[in-house]
Design a protein around this ligand. Structure first.
Ligand code: JD8
Length: 390
């Protein structure tokens, strides 16, 4: 990813030479360039500001230096960059914004100062840039530089390879609407304070459930505003159990509902899931360990099935009721499918449609990596594997 930052205080961005972002720059994962706006002035005083038309306190940033700086950056781009101009009146920058911007190829950040930038610059920039005015939060800063520092870090750390262990991205606050769970490290006893026993138990399923409950409790206590989306149908309250023939009717309905979208996305009616019947699904319960997830109200909201294939635990038919996507249910079912693997399993694997970027991202975030598919997999499928033995 290419990033350009334009500021009258380039040293404000010096912290981006440090830590993981600094390393990612040295490793070529991100190409970050900082430009001094004054380099785009032509007078002896390198003037970038002037008095506001209509009077009033403070100074306004002149349009000419900005237009020259933006032209310079646009000229070095092989795509239509996104121009981010931080401002207290902008749309709120949050984790979803960071994820969206992390998928872009070229980002440009314009750090304003004084009372702001001459308004005509925004219209001028719209010729070559997708202009986005974003705010870090409802408080007033003296300029955009601090906001850019925070935004660049939040975005760059989502670029694959910047954060060494992608797993750690999964259960972070704001990633799925819930705050993170409490963390502990050695010693188990410290100042008469002991680490919660469940974390010392080695029981992964129990630890995952405890951590999820902690996330719900903390979110309810500290950020109830985040709860509606998450709690209304939180993955934590789901009851996941093995499917029985009595579940097949609902499972067929859910399967057809979920694979309708897959059929539309991939313009295909040849996916076996689209042709399941009550009898074929009932028979499949013998070959596949099939799990169904029900809400506290008893509604079947998701399912996944697993099968031992050699030393690999193969996960398939991961599905979430279309109206309940984006609440972490898919990730919870994936987690459940992974932790249900027999002890001797060397790896878990799954396949998904090449065009399903949303699922691909979720699997990548969960530590799965695309590998060459064993025989029998369609061309339009990506085969992903995750080693369980380090
Ligand atoms: C850019 C100039 C200062 C703002 C007069 C104080 C973001 N969450 C945020 N709060 N403040 C900013 C921000 C402030 C900026 C600039 C961003 C450029 N200022 C101005 C208007 C009132 N002074 C921000 N993101």
């Amino acid at each position: 990813m290419q990033l350009d930052v334009i500021s009258i205080f380039p040293d404000y961005l010096a912290p981006l030479d440090l830590s993981l972002i600094g390393k990612a720059r040295r490793d070529g994962l991100i190409d970050l360039r900082v430009h001094d706006l004054r380099d785009f002035t032509h007078d002896r005083h390198r003037t970038v500001d002037d008095t506001p038309y209509g009077g009033g306190a403070g100074m306004v940033m002149k349009p000419q230096p900005w237009s020259e700086a933006l032209d310079h950056v646009a000229a070095q781009s092989d795509s239509r960059p996104v121009l981010i101009v931080p401002g207290p009146g902008g749309q709120r920058f949050d984790q979803a914004t960071a994820r969206d911007l992390a998928a872009q190829s070229h980002l440009v950040f314009a750090c304003g100062r004084y009372e702001g930038i001459d308004e005509r610059v925004y219209d001028y920039a719209a010729r070559d840039f997708d202009v986005r005015i974003l705010s870090l939060g409802d408080y007033v800063l003296n300029g955009g530089d601090v906001a850019v520092l925070a935004m660049v870090e939040a975005i760059a750390r989502l670029i694959p390879g910047v954060i060494g262990n992608a797993d750690s991205l999964v259960e972070e606050s704001h990633e799925d609407g819930l705050l993170e769970y409490p963390v502990y490290t050695k010693p188990a006893d410290w100042h008469g304070r002991r680490v919660p026993e469940v974390l010392l138990s080695g029981d992964h399923a129990k630890i995952a459930a405890w951590r999820h409950a902690q996330r719900l409790t903390r979110t309810a206590a500290r950020r109830p505003d985040l709860l509606p989306a998450a709690a209304a149908m939180s993955a934590g309250d789901l009851e996941i159990r093995l499917a029985t023939p009595a579940d097949v009717g609902e499972l067929l309905t859910l399967t057809h509902a979920c694979w309708l979208q897959v059929g539309i996305n991939n313009n295909t009616l040849s996916n076996p899931a689209q042709h399941e019947t009550v009898s074929s699904l009932t028979e499949s319960l013998a070959d596949w360990q099939t799990y169904v997830a029900r809400s506290p109200e008893g509604r079947m909201v998701g399912s996944v099935r697993v099968q031992e294939q050699g030393d690999t635990w193969f996960i398939a038919r991961l599905m979430v009721a279309p109206d309940l996507s984006g609440r972490g249910i898919g990730r919870r079912l994936l987690e459940y499918a992974e932790t249900s693997a027999p002890a001797a399993t060397r790896a878990v694997a799954l396949a998904t449609a090449r065009g399903n970027t949303r699922n691909l991202k979720m699997y990548q975030r969960a530590g799965f990596r695309p590998v060459s598919a064993p025989p029998g997999f369609e061309e339009d499928q990506v085969y992903l594997r995750k080693s369980l033995r380090g």
